[in-house]
Design a protein around this ligand. Sequence first.
Ligand code: SF4
Length: 180
Amino acid sequence: MENKLIKLALSVGFNRAEMIDASQIVCDRKFREQCEANACGVFGKCWMCPPDVGQIDALIAEVKSYSKGLLYQSVFELEDSFDFEGMQEGGRTQNQRSRALQEELNKLGYTDFLHLSKGGCGVCSPCAKVHGEPCRFPEKALSSLEAYGINVSATVKNTSMKYINGANTVTYFGIVLFKE
Ligand code: SF4
């Protein structure tokens, strides 16, 4: 099963993927404070982001209820370290790949998993939350590693992946958690 999941992640475009044990995942409730600082401007404007996604302690407990994770990453080249358009474009591509992986998992019949991607949901613009409406595509909606309190840089230290992959690059991560 593990090799099949890794191949699936690579087939939708991620550069690297590996299975990790849940004990390798580092969580820290301070990530909620970073969301509350609202540097991204989406706090309170998306069902998949804080505070609507849930209380941080409950979400960390949910992460810890799983036993294995398919961790994946994409590395994107930038023109320079100020290439914010390149970072945003990479972020959109990362979310497209995550949604493609989600569709493949659904097609293969996986149901009992938690999929967390890169910040925000991004399926609708704006999110239905802005108009006080229910989520339009709950089967596609994805929350983020950080919203669930996962410290990605500390977690990656326990794997074969690198958090930073050279000058003028940006790296994005995601994880699919499974019960067994
Ligand atoms: S799928 Fe659309 S409505 Fe649902 S959380 Fe994502 S952006 Fe919001």
